[in-house]
Ligand binder design. Sequence first.
Ligand code: PXL
Length: 276
Amino acid sequence: MNNRIPAVLTIAGSDSGGGAGIQADLRTFHTFRVYGCSVITAVTAQNPCEVRRVDVMPADSVKSQLECVLDQFPVQFAKTGMLANCEIIECVAELAEKYALQLIVDPVMVSTSGARLLEEPAVAAMQNVLFPLARWITPNIPEAELLCARPLKSPADFAVAAQQLYERYHCNVILKSGHAISSDQAVDIVCYQGKLFTLSSPAVSIKSNTAHGTGCTLSAALTANFATGKNWQEVLIAAKAFVYGSLNEHMCVSDTLAQMYPPLNNYSDKVRLNEL
Ligand code: PXL
């Protein structure tokens, strides 16, 4: 079959505003020409300014969705986003192991607008049950602070934290810098098999609401690019370039709402992956 494309999976929450969650993931999968399946863990009622309500799906429903997808689609690469609680994390871990999924885990805990998206006791479950099964985890700085149980203030702190998370869980780490941009570059810290790298693109200065969904978009772009068989360096560069491009080519959907949008141009030449 010469019209075959990879099937990939997102296990995440719905964002009614379409900026983050499942909606960002499917938009990203489509842009990279992979086929996206989606398992919904929660339905959020939100717009770029606020999360008004969260309805978490029963873990049994998540399990059925996963079984339906994995019984038929040859999914190798999957990402997780909002997982909401311990029961859902345990069910995802069980099936990820059973079907030998290569997992990219975005440890979503709190939305950009401040809403809690993971119950407090589930933070430990995510670390103990899911991280050891992950190929990559992609915490942002507030999430890494929770995971490391200390404040992270400087690029030196970020590097130590990324290495520590790698050593603790044996999964590769992208520590996202968006919450600490102080220069004209957005510099993420990568720990791949114990070695440290910086992954950087130009910083984009825009209204903060527009940056809603960057984390989801990055992890979905990683998943899509792994599925198309690129090596890890190419994957990280393509994914970072896609997030940069989505911000750089954001679209206005009203006089006041600007949203990330899949870019028309390729920005891989704007991204650098260097040993630290
Ligand atoms: O960006 C984190 C995130 C993930 N998933 C859902 C969200 C958000 C942020 O708002 O709503 C469903």
